[in-house]
Ligand binder design. Sequence first.
Ligand code: 5RP
Length: 219
Amino acid sequence: MTQDELKALVGQAALAYVVPGQWVGVGTGSTVNHFITALAGMKGQIAGAVSSSVASTQRLRAVGLAVREAHEVDSLPVYIDGADEIDDQGCMIKGGGAALTREKIVADLAARFICIADASKRVAVLGAFALPVEVIELAVPQLQRRFAAIGGRAVLRVGVLTDNGHPILDVHGLQIGNPLALETEINQWPGVVTVGLFARHRASVCLLGTPQGVQTITY
Ligand code: 5RP
């Protein structure tokens, strides 16, 4: 099976976690795009989707689903999103698609985070995928020095601004043994909007697409 077929498999499997009659939180990315296609089949059975990006909003509307933004709901039973890496505790690196801030906001509203990913995303230690960090532009050099001090090489993502109008630093060379501690530390640094470490908002369940089928991992 191709990586895209594995993404489609878990996108379909995630429907089992959608609560009828309720709003569902929807992430961003190529795996989520498969989920949105599948979710269109539940139109009429759910209230609609709370979106984490302009791109997902457009796609949700295109398939005829009602969309709300994060500030329009108080809570959600479930948030469904992909990841760039996920470890054995359900901690994730996210933000490869530059949607990390709104993803974290919507995830924070949800009782459960269901991660959908192909098997290549599962790692023992986070960090081979460069850690995305959404930042305030004038803090870029200062933050690059801070990352260098902890062994990271923070590279500005060229030609990309987030939906919130901010640049992204991709931090290479980190081996993240304690994701919660690093997330907490980076969150203190002035100029950081959002770090793409999801440890406080780690997955409750991962639906992992493997050539043998969907593996369900509960944390
Ligand atoms: C977007 C994300 C995505 O969930 C992550 O990049 C995975 O994307 P894909 O499903 O395309 O592999 O965090 O900001």
